[in-house]
Design a protein around this ligand. Structure first.
Ligand SMILES: NC(=O)c1ccc[n+]([C@@H]2O[C@H](COP(=O)([O-])OP(=O)(O)OC[C@H]3O[C@@H](n4cnc5c(N)ncnc54)[C@H](O)[C@@H]3O)[C@@H](O)[C@H]2O)c1
Ligand SMILES: O=C(O)C(=O)C[C@]1(C(=O)O)C=C[C@H](O)C=C1
Length: 301
């Protein structure tokens, strides 16, 4: 935001003084404070960026200082819960527009950010039906100026799509790495030392912030359980194919999944190449998002 000149003043507030110092040393903002109310006073745009479990407390602290006409948004990985806890605390005249940039890494803290993080990535906004359209367009323009492609959808739909494309994959990674670590302990053998690079890719995801992900699973329970059920059904089918030696079924699936990987790379979503100043083509919405939109997440999905 700073590099693109999108704000006259960027005020940063953190919970701990060492985090604030880190942000100051990196020169990320113009004003730094441990008091969140002070940070938001007079702001045109306020973005919550803590783990979603902290939103209610942060909102209670900032609500009295939010100015009418301000846009209040966030970057949380779940949306229905955010609407539930934040909306009742939003003062009259403040435009509340939940958001979620689909970009991040396993690293946390101010130094984990980089200016190209949002370039060529999706940013999903989930405005409620009553929200001022001009405010939504203003926030969308902010994300576009950072290189993102913006899509609006409803909060429940967001949570269902992200449950299968982000939340369940993280659960799978946490689980496989946990199982390997347990095995290593139980057998006292050097399983991890000899792990192949496929497993190492899982360890990157499983190194993601424990508090952030705890909150994701506590607050998107229904959608995660729905998609986990579907995932486990498909895993059972695969288990059977392995057991009975059904080569064609295995090969057919692996061929389809390879095509998914290629389509993501072709859409430019694998590498976050900065592309400022040039108009960029929006990559297609991932196939699964279209699938869930058309079919919902129900029994026939
Ligand atoms: N990391 C990702 O890949 C990613 C991607 C998209 C969205 N998100 C969402 O963004 C949000 C922030 O994630 P991040 O990766 O930037 O994390 P981060 O750890 O880099 O930043 C979170 C900040 O919140 C502060 N914080 C934690 N608990 C707090 C509390 N109780 N009260 C006040 N401040 C508190 C931390 O000190 C830290 O400065 C989360 O809601 C997450 O779901 C993360
Ligand atoms: O690449 C990663 O490390 C991520 O996990 C990023 C990721 C994802 O699942 O894609 C994680 C959480 C989000 O809310 C958005 C992005």
């Amino acid at each position: 935001a700073r590099r693109q000149g999108l704000a006259d003043v960027i005020a940063i507030s953190t919970r701990r003084s060492d985090t604030l110092e880190e942000a100051r040393e990196l020169n990320l903002g113009d004003a730094y404070t441990l008091d969140p109310a002070e940070a938001v006073r007079g702001a045109d745009l306020v973005i919550l960026a803590t783990p979603v479990g902290a939103y209610e407390a942060v909102m209670k602290a900032i609500a009295p200082a939010l100015e009418p006409g301000a846009i209040l948004s966030d970057v949380g990985s779940v949306k229905r819960h955010v609407v539930k806890v934040v909306e009742p605390l939003v003062p009259e005249g403040v435009h509340f527009i939940p958001g979620h940039p689909l970009a991040g890494t396993e690293h946390s803290g101010p130094s984990a950010g980089f200016a190209e993080l949002f370039a060529n990535r999706w940013c999903v906004l989930t405005p409620g039906p009553q929200v001022d359209k001009a405010a939504v367009e203003k926030l969308a323009a902010f994300w576009r100026a950072m290189g993102s492609n913006v899509e609006t959808m409803d909060a429940d739909h967001h949570d269902m799509v992200l449950a299968i494309t982000s939340h369940v994959p993280h659960l799978v990674a946490y689980n496989i790495v946990g199982t390997v670590a347990d095995l290593e302990q139980a057998t006292q053998s050097e399983v991890i030392k000899f792990s192949a690079s496929g497993f190492r890719d899982f360890t990157r995801i499983a190194a993601s912030d424990p508090v952030m992900w705890r909150d994701v699973f506590l607050t998107n329970r229904d959608a995660v359980l729905e998609m986990l059920g579907r995932f486990l059904e498909d895993l059972s089918v695969l288990q059977r194919a392995v057991r009975v030696g059904d080569g064609p079924a295995l090969e057919e699936l692996f061929t389809r999944t390879r095509a998914v990987r290629r389509s993501i790379i072709d859409a430019g979503q694998e590498t976050a190449a900065p592309d400022f100043g040039r108009p960029h083509e929006a990559p297609p919405v991932p196939e699964v998002a279209t699938f869930v939109r058309e079919h919902g997440g129900g029994d026939d999905a």
